[in-house]
Ligand binder design. Sequence first.
Ligand SMILES: Nc1c(NC[C@H](O)[C@H](O)[C@H](O)CO)[nH]c(=O)[nH]c1=O
Ligand SMILES: CC(=O)[C@@H](O)COP(=O)(O)O
Length: 160
Amino acid sequence: MRTLQGEFDGSGLKIAVLCTRWNDDVVDRLVDGAMDVLSDCGVDDDDITLVRVPGAFELPLVADRLADRYAEDGGLDGIVALGAVIRGETPHFDYICTECAKGLSATALEYGLPVGFGVITADTAEQADARAQADEDHNKGAEAASAVVEMITLLRSIED
Ligand SMILES: Nc1c(NC[C@H](O)[C@H](O)[C@H](O)CO)[nH]c(=O)[nH]c1=O
Ligand SMILES: CC(=O)[C@@H](O)COP(=O)(O)O
């Protein structure tokens, strides 16, 4: 039986980290978690581009624009999308979360580009805080970055 599995060797990879300004007290900790994982995987700091967008609703458009501009020429190997959407009084939360996830997934599929979904969707600030801890097992940014590196290497193994 043949098994295909990604690795966590990020040497030479070019990664874009997208993050929101909304809830930056949480999101900045997701960025820290993602950067720590990318560094641990051997991604060169000079090969990481950090892009800040207003909110989670804007993540897909910027992800799509980056993919369209850089994915084809080898200028981008993966995207880590980070945000924190915290439910309020109205259904606004649902629309933001749905469109954010749908849009990021559409870009991944359209360009064959790994996009890590590091967007916390929480009912309370406490839930969001619990998913942005320094411990990478409790940090959605670390989780998303790890998934991107693994997916890039897995997809390359399929192409071989
Ligand atoms: N409430 C949250 C938002 N709302 C803003 C939207 O994402 C968007 O920027 C606005 O609707 C303008 O288009 N964004 C978050 O990332 N997190 C939230 O909790
Ligand atoms: C998730 C959001 O958009 C947040 O701003 C909640 O806003 P609202 O209380 O108006 O639903």
